[in-house]
Structures are given as structure tokens and as C-alpha cells.
Design a protein around this ligand. Sequence first.
Ligand code: SF4
Length: 184
Amino acid sequence: MSASPQEHKIITRRFSAQLAVSEYIARFRRADYFLSLCRECTNFGSRYGCPPFDYDVLERMQRYTTATIIGVQIMPEEKKLPLQMAQELMAPVIRELTQELLTEEKRTGGLSFGFAGGCSLCGDKPCARITGEPCRHPDRVRSSLESYGFDLAKTSEELFNTPILWSRNGYIPDYLMLICGIFS
Ligand code: SF4
């Protein structure tokens, strides 16, 4: 991937790893722990794509054999950007990756994953899940690997040899890390 055309330039570096779904689950999934974190979030039960799910997550994943995990390291050229700008820096990368994974999912019949955080496709409208209506964009909403119980800090360290960095003092760290993937 190249530098972003947006105002704040970024350099991106892409990682990819392939392993058996069974191995990814055995080594990187801590379902109870991550579900307990999701329960603390306001999106829990109020966004399609977020837990709790009305299907058996493990059974769904076990229909697939190969996990392709993708990481993108996003390095802003400017230092000391406020943390509030993280979403703006990540947005074009998320858009590109989402499109790529949805296309791949369609081509292979796989299961793609999205990114952590509540779905914002409906803008200011409340999510249809709150009123029990069907999702308005089911073709584009995908759950994150975290919401299926995967440890992305461990994923990043062990599969990409690159730790996830956290913000300090309200600034974006040296890089941001996005992790997604597709099971096929
Ligand atoms: S697309 Fe709309 S209805 Fe579907 S999960 Fe996102 S916010 Fe909810």
C-alpha cells in the first residue's frame, strides 16, 4: 500500500499470515475474556456485528479450514497527532480493506471479518438492531475478529512480529495497527 492522498500523509505496511482455522482458534482465541470486555461496551447488543450473536460462533468458524489474517501498520508522517485523529487516518485503509475482503468473500464463499468499533454505516440513525428490525446493510456489515473472541495483540505480536502500540498522553503512537482477515 502507498501513502494516503488525504491531508495527513500516512505510510502503510501490510502483513499477512495464513494458518489453519483450528490453529488460529487454539492459539489466539480467549472467548470468555473478550466477551466480558464486549459486555462493557455500549455497542454490546445494540449493533449488528457486535455480540451477543444469535448463532454459534465456534460452529460457524469451524465450517472453514484456512484463516488468512491481514495486518496493516499505519504510520503518520507527522508526529504528535491527537488521538482523536486516529479514525480519520484509518478510514481510507478500512474502506480499501473492507472492499477487498468483501470481494474475496464473494469470490470464495468465505467468511470475512471487519474492524472493532460500532458500525457507523447508518450515520446518525440508530442501529436497526435496537428496534428489532433487520440490518439495513447486511451485505457490508461484518463482525471483527475481537468480537469472535480473538486476541489481536497476541495476533499482531506472534504473526506479524509487530506489537500493537497504545496511545500515551492523548497522542497517536508511532503507528496504528489494523487487523482483519478472512476464513476460507
Ligand atoms: S448497517 Fe445500520 S442497521 Fe446494520 S449494523 Fe450498521 S448501524 Fe446497524
